[in-house]
Ligand binder design. Structure first.
Ligand code: CA
Length: 225
């Protein structure tokens, strides 16, 4: 699976850092965790993350100082602040540090990952926004989000990649081995059951709105509309 880039997580609460790491990895991001402000600043300079999730209450150097130091160096990497107190939010937003967004503790890790995607999309500018539609399913390639007529559907990164691959080539029929290679980067020797399992998961999540057709004896295809 193609990685979506490395995110630096600066968080001194180990349990939160672990949870955030888990969700980011699951979403295809690489993760580097630092538990104090100075180490976070050093890591940001060293590994050049695509985004930083920055807890404000960090030891040695707080999150605001870390962000200020980066900006002073001309580093405008997207920063998503994590705050434990509502009054900190005003402070962050008033500083014009180019804080791209913030979340308040306690937050849902899924929500945090969605925010990371949003700040990255904003940072990458327009152009990635392509929306595909078929069989009652709508897929936003840039935002990596999927909706059916029943509402938004949470897909794993691989499920999304598989669905996007098929929907970008409507009507075209793919053998399992082709999908395994294109979406997973695996050779068919690894076994093509993986494809069937993921198609079954997609169908379970999309329900009656799934655009995926089984072509007997061949493989899978996405409907045209
Ligand atoms: Ca903290």
């Amino acid at each position: 699976m193609e990685s979506r880039g490395l995110v630096l997580v600066a968080e001194d609460d180990a349990a939160i850092a672990e949870l955030v790491t888990l969700y980011l990895r699951r979403d295809g991001f690489g993760v580097r965790v630092e538990s104090d402000g100075r180490a976070a600043l050093a890591a940001a300079r060293q590994v050049k993350p695509v985004a930083v999730i920055l807890d404000i209450g960090l030891p040695l150097m707080d999150g605001i100082e870390v962000c200020r130091a980066l900006r002073a160096e001309g580093d405008w990497t997207p920063v998503l602040f994590v705050t434990a107190r509502d009054d900190e939010v005003d402070r962050v937003l008033g500083l014009e540090l180019g804080a791209d967004d913030y979340v308040t503790k306690p937050f849902s890790p899924r929500e945090l990952v969605a925010r990371v995607r949003t700040v990255l999309r904003r940072a990458n500018g327009p152009g990635a926004a392509e929306v595909l539609q078929a069989g009652g399913t709508r897929l936003d390639l840039g935002a990596r989000r999927v909706w059916t007529e029943a509402g938004e559907v949470a897909l794993t990164s691989t499920e999304f990649d598989l669905l996007a691959y098929l929907m970008r080539r409507p009507g075209q029929v793919f053998e399992r081995a082709q999908l395994l290679s294109a979406v997973w980067g695996y050779s068919a020797a690894a076994g093509t059951r993986t494809v069937d399992v993921h198609v079954a998961q997609l169908r379970a999540k999309l329900g009656a709105f799934s655009p995926i057709r089984t072509v007997r004896g061949v493989g899978y295809s996405a409907e045209r509309q």
